[in-house]
Design a protein around this ligand. Structure first.
Ligand code: ZN
Length: 178
């Protein structure tokens, strides 16, 4: 595959920069899952609250592992303008604005799924286009992790199907018509 330099790996220049991105993605995931855990607790869905709290812990552990694996590689401190993902939000960032006050488990899991899929797509692109072999190896490893997260959320969605139409009808809520 021929890749232009500036297109390769979203322009991420080296291993250290990639690891910094990966670490930021994990930290965003921690925040997202904590927020979803809170949301589910508010809804008295303790099963999902517990699960999202576990996922937050899992991602937090992974963030720490990335730092440990980086070893002597000094990770650059990325300011928001330095991130190489195009839309400003990290691939695993929570769609916080989409969190509905009556969000059901299905909605929470949809948010989680989209975030995990974006993270997968991010590392997939890096793995396929990185010009540097070590960067490629890291990206392949992170892609594998994200594939597992996608699968996990998909399995959970089988247990928590989409709510029937009208799930959010409420006397106090605005009524949307189209
Ligand atoms: Zn993930």
């Amino acid at each position: 595959m021929t890749v232009r330099n500036d297109e390769a790996a979203f322009g991420i220049a080296n291993e250290a920069e990639l690891l910094a991105h990966a670490h930021a993605i994990e930290q965003d995931a921690v925040e997202r899952y904590r927020m979803l855990a809170d949301q589910m607790e508010t809804h008295n869905n303790m099963e999902l609250a517990k699960l999202f709290a576990e996922l937050a812990g899992h991602e937090e552990k992974h963030a720490a592992e990335i730092l440990a694996q980086a070893g002597d590689i000094e990770l650059p401190v990325l300011k928001s303008g330095d991130f190489k993902w195009s839309d400003g939000d990290s691939p695993e960032a929570a769609d916080l604005d989409q969190a509905h006050y009556k969000m059901t488990p299905w909605h929470a899991l949809q948010m989680a799924l989209r975030a995990e899929q974006r993270a997968f797509a991010f590392f997939d692109h890096v793995a396929r286009t990185a010009l540097d072999a070590r960067m490629r190896a890291w990206a392949e490893e992170f892609r594998e992790e994200e594939a597992e997260h996608v699968e996990l959320v998909e399995r959970l969605l089988e247990k928590h199907p989409e709510p029937p139409e009208g799930w959010d009808e409420d006397d106090d809520a605005p009524v949307w018509q189209d």
